[in-house]
Design a binder for this molecule. Structure first.
Ligand code: 0RA
Length: 636
């Protein structure tokens, strides 16, 4: 067999290489974030991103991802194949260099837009370092080349293993069990991202096979992000067909799509080089100003806004808006702590110009649709004014009410906020148990009746009118909105305790949204928490009771204790525990876990809220259940 590697001797460069990959193995978290399931998924994304880059370069239109039964993963594309020619400085093939030298991937690509420069971008060498083994095959120039590595070290030279049809790259890797706490991919999580990638790369076909379950799925969207918007709106009533534009300006490829629905929710997503910029940035700002400006211009010219009327605000034009902006540029600057915000200043004007022109043209050519959109925004403007008045009234009223505490509050004897806690409990029966179970010296309990979830389709400002929420505002003592004063907060820890079911998750989203919009300071200063009641209780033959807090732990224990178990009880609601059990598992500071809510968590709930209120029942249920699982994984 021919080999491309010229020397087997151990050079200084070799040693440096190994040290680089050793560093990845010593501190994997620094490179892939964590060694739990998220880190594991990160490996898959990293390899897939390289193929996506090939697709963005227009050199590949097919990617196949397979999870094998032995938990290795294969990613195969029909791109140009990774070059195998010798790298002048190291005397090694390019293929080996990208797999063994950190951050070397980008240096060979040359030009093109790169996904990898976004959130991931540690390179396939990091994946290699964290894999028990990795095998890559590159098909180029009619030949097939292969190299194998173990824990990052080459164990074969780059070998020519025979003729090839076509070109492409196939990588198979097995994550190292010495590094990852558990090797258990979640197909639904991976699929979500592959779907997004297929939406964002028009014409790309992504095929996923999970050999553990036999499930297969293909994503291919001829309409690109227009298909994305249709997908987001599939359970909503729309006012018109998606308005789509794609245009290249000074090296930036701008793609945007806008579609209004009859609902209230705003679903706007922004991407830069296929990275979901959850903190927005200049491209999102450009999109928003284009929409606001063009709608106002049109409304004035069509006489729908009178000279004496105020302009429509950004909030008005975003009600019922579903939109996506996706830009591709050679040098994206990602800012903010999470690197999820696009910073390039020139992009704002580029997006604004492209989108404004497309919208203006659409409005001219579709006056009926344009009028429907403007009228929707005008209704939002009127509702906004009415809501503001109603809200101010409620806020003033609750300021007065705060003089007397609500009747259903079981207060604690401690008066120092730094040493006291308020448990907000869903339902009267669980509220009763919590009142019995608590330590009344420092723990107060406020039961909220399940009724508050019946605010479906309501807007958040109606929630302020709700009796239960008013009791909550009064109990906390710190006021809301413009009257918020953290120094008046009566409890240092405010703990939400909801059932581990769909309704519980719903209530939690509503409360988090409420805190996010009206008591942000309380969240920012870390006063808000989520209680973690157990999901199961296992009773063993030895008469031991074990409380289990998540599904994975449950599975592990069932295996470990096989044959020693007498009973397994699943707790669906807090009401199924007696006072003593509730104290021991969920309220006793010595034994409980509580999760501190971050501003990001509350903001995510806020985004979820509109979706929950707006969309049809079936997808809503599914969403809440997925979301409920994620809340368990909140970081403290
Ligand atoms: C370097 C240069 C070229 C392609 C690639 C790397 C490449 C990398 C990966 C990773 C996964 N799939 C890939 N496909 C291609 C360009 C080579 C040329 O110009 O022919």
């Amino acid at each position: 067999m021919a080999t491309l590697q010229q020397t087997q001797s151990y050079s200084a460069a070799d040693i440096q290489v190994l040290e680089g990959l050793q560093a990845v193995r010593r501190r994997p978290g620094m490179y892939i974030g964590s060694t739990d399931i998220r880190g594991l998924h990160h490996l898959v994304y990293e390899v897939v991103d390289n193929s996506i880059d090939e697709a963005l370069a227009g050199a590949c239109d097919r990617i196949e991802i397979t999870i094998h039964e032995d938990l290795s993963v294969t990613v195969e594309d029909n791109g140009r194949g990774i070059p195998v020619d010798l790298h002048p400085q190291t005397g090694k093939s390019a293929l080996e260099v990208v797999h063994t030298i950190l951050h070397s991937g980008g240096k060979f690509g040359g030009g093109g837009y790169k996904v990898a420069s976004g959130l991931h971008g540690v390179g396939v060498s990091a994946v290699n370092a964290l894999s028990e083994w990795l095998e890559v095959i590159s098909k180029r120039d009619g030949r097939m080349y292969r190299q194998r590595y173990e824990r990052g070290k080459p164990v074969t030279p780059v070998e020519d293993i025979g003729p090839a049809e076509g070109t492409g790259t196939r990588t198979t890797f097995k994550p190292d069990a010495e590094i990852f706490s558990e090797i258990d991919y979640r197909a639904d999580v991976l699929l979500q991202r592959f779907r997004e990638m297929a939406f964002l790369t028009r014409g790309l076909r992504i095929h996923f096979t999970d050999e553990r379950t036999g499930k297969e799925q293909t994503f291919y969207f001829e309409g690109g992000i227009s298909s994305f918007v249709r997908y987001l709106n599939k359970n909503r009533t729309v006012l018109h067909e998606p308005i789509y534009v794609e245009k290249q300006v000074n090296g930036t490829l701008v793609e945007a799509v806008v579609q209004y629905t009859t609902g209230y929710a705003e679903s706007v997503y922004s991407f830069a080089n296929n990275v979901n910029t959850t903190d927005g940035g200049t491209h999102l700002t450009g999109l928003r100003s284009a929409i606001t400006r063009t709608l106002n211009d049109y409304a004035r010219r069509a006489g729908l806004l009178k000279d004496s009327d105020e302009n429509l605000t950004g909030d008005d034009v975003r009600e019922g808006l579903t939109a996506i902006v996706s830009v591709k540029l050679t040098d994206p600057q990602f800012e903010s702590q999470t690197k999820a915000r696009l910073g390039n200043p020139e992009v704002r004007g580029q997006v604004e110009a492209v989108v404004s022109e497309a919208l203006a043209t659409y409005f001219e050519e579709h006056p009926r649709e344009a009028k429907a959109i403007v009228e929707k925004a005008l209704t939002a403007a009127r509702a906004r004014l009415a809501a503001r008045q109603a809200r101010e009234l409620v806020i003033r009223k609750s300021a007065l009410e705060s003089l007397s505490l609500p009747g259903k509050l079981a207060d604690c004897s401690e008066r120092d906020p730094a040493r006291s806690e308020l448990y907000i409990v869903e339902g009267d029966s669980a509220g009763g148990t919590a009142k019995q179970g608590r330590d009344r010296r420092f723990q107060a309990v406020l039961p909220l009746r399940g009724k508050i979830i019946n605010v479906e389709k309501a807007r958040m400002d109606k929630v302020l009118d709700n009796e239960e929420i008013r009791a909550l505002i009064t109990a906390l003592g710190c006021g809301v909105g413009d009257h918020f004063d953290l120094s008046k907060l009566r409890y240092g820890r405010v703990i939400l305790m909801c059932d581990a079911d769909v309704d519980g998750a719903h209530i939690r989203t509503l409360l988090l949204t409420f805190f996010f919009r009206y008591m942000l300071g309380l969240v920012e200063q870390g006063h808000l928490y989520i209680a973690q009641p157990p999901l199961f209780r296992i009773e063993t033959k030895a008469k031991k009771h074990i409380y289990v807090y998540d599904e994975q732990e449950q599975e592990r224990l069932l295996k470990e204790l096989d044959g020693k178990i007498v009973a397994v009880q699943r707790y669906k609601g807090l009401g199924e525990m007696n006072a003593e059990q509730l104290w021991e598992t969920t309220m006793n500071p010595e034994t409980r876990t509580i999760l501190r809510v971050t501003v990001e968590d509350a903001a995510a709930a806020d985004r979820t809220f509109d979706m929950l209120m707006g969309s049809a029942v079936a997808p809503r249920r599914r969403f809440i259940q997925t979301h409920a699982r994620q809340v368990r994984n909140l970081d403290i």
